[in-house]
Design a protein around this ligand. Structure first.
Ligand SMILES: Nc1nc2c(c(=O)[nH]1)N(C=O)[C@@H](CNc1ccc(C(=O)N[C@@H](CCC(=O)O)C(=O)O)cc1)CN2
Ligand SMILES: Nc1ncnc2c1ncn2[C@@H]1O[C@H](COP(=O)(O)OP(=O)(O)OP(=O)(O)O)[C@@H](O)[C@H]1O
Length: 273
């Protein structure tokens, strides 16, 4: 007898065990020419979902997007957890990628900062917030979070996203959040799609998943409080439960900030936000 599973395995994965979208509930399931129910792999499902949400984001009217940018940023800026955070990792939003704007949040964190000046005092007295932003190091999902004190520290990357140069204007290496002596309190995360269970679909590089897993391990080793992982999401990016395919590598978030406010997910978000 012909083994249909073996015949099809090179093309599509059947009854993928790592995929939550199994059985007849999977909207992506299709009938094979042999009559078996075939399921796309998790990677294929993620790709399809990314395409769908990116298309919806592109068709979002500019005034609606701008209104949501304002609401999300206002909410963050007025939140006690943002006000009390001393060290934050945030993304530099890219308009062409239709990411939730972080410009005002970044300005607030960096306000009154003159490069170099008071950096020493900051470290010891924590008068001001410290900002770390992503820098992609290679195509193997390696990313660092480097300290910046002004947006002048940023240059456009090959991916057309602003990133810090590895050294500052004086030629000194920027502080790497993974090597810092004090913990990051909050990560503000980008993504393509999110659900109310905390699942996050990124752009497919694995950069954040790898970084966050390593950072959570570091915090555990150092006996630090785990950082709060907060994703910023336009309304169309918040989708139904079970729509986001999940693997063991995917790091879940603690809360979402949507245009209508906070969506707390984990016990940490209820306690600390
Ligand atoms: N603002 C921002 N910075 C970030 C990320 C991010 O998602 N947003 N990253 C998070 O990982 C890392 C960079 N990774 C990136 C991964 C993909 C694309 C990108 O342009 N993707 C296109 C599709 C490209 C393709 O398919 O070939 C897209 O999503 O439309 C950009 C950055 C670090 N910095
Ligand atoms: N912790 C990890 N260790 C090794 N590889 C990983 C890890 N996390 C993700 N990857 C790999 O990275 C690639 C992209 O993963 P995935 O599609 O889940 O990324 P994403 O969540 O969209 O991206 P990002 O995390 O950058 O936002 C996959 O090949 C995945 O196996």
């Amino acid at each position: 007898m012909i083994n249909h599973q073996v015949l099809l395995a090179s093309h599509v994965r059947i009854f993928s065990s790592s995929c939550r979208l199994s059985g007849s509930l999977n909207p992506n399931a299709a009938m094979s020419t042999f009559g078996a129910v075939v399921h796309p792999s998790v990677a294929e499902q993620k790709h399809a979902l990314r395409s769908r949400i990116k298309k919806e984001l592109r068709s979002l009217p500019a005034d609606q997007r701008s209104k949501e940018d304002t609401e999300i940023q206002n909410f963050v800026l007025n939140s006690p957890w943002f006000k009390s955070a001393k060290r934050l990792c945030a993304y530099i939003s890219c308009d062409a990628l239709r990411e939730v704007d972080t410009t005002r949040i970044l300005s607030e964190i960096l306000k009154n900062k003159t490069p170099g000046v008071l950096d020493h005092l900051d470290h010891h007295t924590q008068l001001r917030k410290k900002l770390y932003v992503p820098r992609v190091e290679d195509k193997n999902s390696n990313m660092r979070m480097l300290h910046i004190s002004t947006t002048e520290d940023l240059v456009a990357s090959s991916m057309n996203i602003f990133e810090p140069s590895p050294t500052d204007a004086s030629g000194n290496h920027r502080e790497d959040a993974m090597l810092a002596s004090e913990p990051v309190d909050i990560f503000l995360l980008p993504g393509v799609a999110f659900d109310r269970q905390g699942h996050r679909l990124g752009r497919g590089g694995g950069y954040y998943d790898v970084f966050l897993k390593n950072y959570q391990e570091l915090a555990k080793e150092q006996k630090w409080k785990q950082p709060l992982l907060i994703a910023l999401a336009y309304s169309v990016q918040i989708i139904d439960e079970n729509e986001i395919p999940v693997t063991d590598n995917d790091v879940s978030v603690d809360a979402l900030v949507s245009p209508s406010g906070l969506i707390p997910i984990t016990p940490a978000s209820f306690k600390d936000m």
